[in-house]
Design a protein around this ligand. Structure first.
Ligand SMILES: CC(C)(COP(=O)(O)OP(=O)(O)OC[C@H]1O[C@@H](n2cnc3c(N)ncnc32)[C@H](O)[C@@H]1OP(=O)(O)O)[C@@H](O)C(=O)NCCC(=O)NCCS
Length: 199
């Protein structure tokens, strides 16, 4: 029987985080057929969190192999600012801006690397944000709830007042999951969920 475990992030997990991010990157499904460069999604949505906010990164393992993660930023504006200083500059040098007529998914992600992360002012009341991704082997067994509750407990402990997350409108499974585990819809553009810890 497969043994699942949730544990804090270790730097040796970084490659696995890139892999899990790619394999769940198409509204929860495998995005590897969409991208020529299999690292682009992880550069945006997994690695900077593990590197800049390692104490907010938790890993789900199956018989010792990472199969899921949750990670986040305690203050989205501070995180965006740190990404500008510490994360994106070498990536912008590695990935020059694509030609205007390049409409490939890779080009879209590279433009995102050049735009950087930003914190929408409409979400000022929800300073933290998070991501969660689990490979199929770990889905549906209660580990999503356990993972996200591990991160939520940590955010509460460090005094974060509220957290938000964005989800693709076509990711119905994740939307149902977030509603079920206690998130509420935040009335901003896109599908955004929030949770307050300060009553
Ligand atoms: C979305 C995801 C994190 C959910 O994790 P999971 O391990 O599949 O979910 P769990 O088994 O922990 O479910 C936890 C609870 O939510 C419920 N739930 C799960 N999906 C649900 C849904 N679509 N609708 C309603 N309830 C749902 C479960 O029944 C369970 O209820 P219980 O704890 O009261 O018994 C996981 O499926 C995943 O990583 N999917 C691929 C990547 C992805 O889409 N990430 C989100 C990107 S925004």
């Amino acid at each position: 029987m497969t043994h699942f475990e949730i544990r804090p992030y270790h730097p040796s997990d970084l490659y696995s985080l890139y892999r899990i991010c790619l394999l769940t990157g198409d509204s929860g499904e495998d995005a590897s057929a969409q991208y020529r460069d299999h690292e682009l999604l992880g550069h945006l949505y997994a690695a900077p969190y593990a590197v800049l906010e390692p104490d907010l990164t938790f890993v789900l393992t199956a018989d010792g192999t990472p199969v899921g993660y949750t990670l986040g930023a305690r203050d989205s504006q501070t995180f965006a600012d740190r990404c500008e200083r510490e994360w994106f500059p070498p990536l912008r040098a590695r990935y020059p801006l694509p030609a205007v007529e390049d409409a490939s998914p890779d080009a879209g992600r590279i433009r995102q690397i050049h735009r950087g992360h930003y914190h929408h002012s409409a979400l000022a009341e929800y300073p933290a944000h998070l991501h969660i991704d689990i490979l199929p082997i770990g889905q549906g067994g209660g580990y999503g709830r356990r993972l996200i509750e591990t991160l939520l407990a940590r955010l509460r402990k460090i005094g974060v007042p509220a957290v938000h997350l964005g989800v693709s409108p076509t990711n119905h499974r994740a939307i149902g999951f977030y509603e079920h585990v206690g998130f509420h819809r935040v009335p901003v553009d896109g599908v955004v969920f929030g949770m307050r810890f300060d009553g």
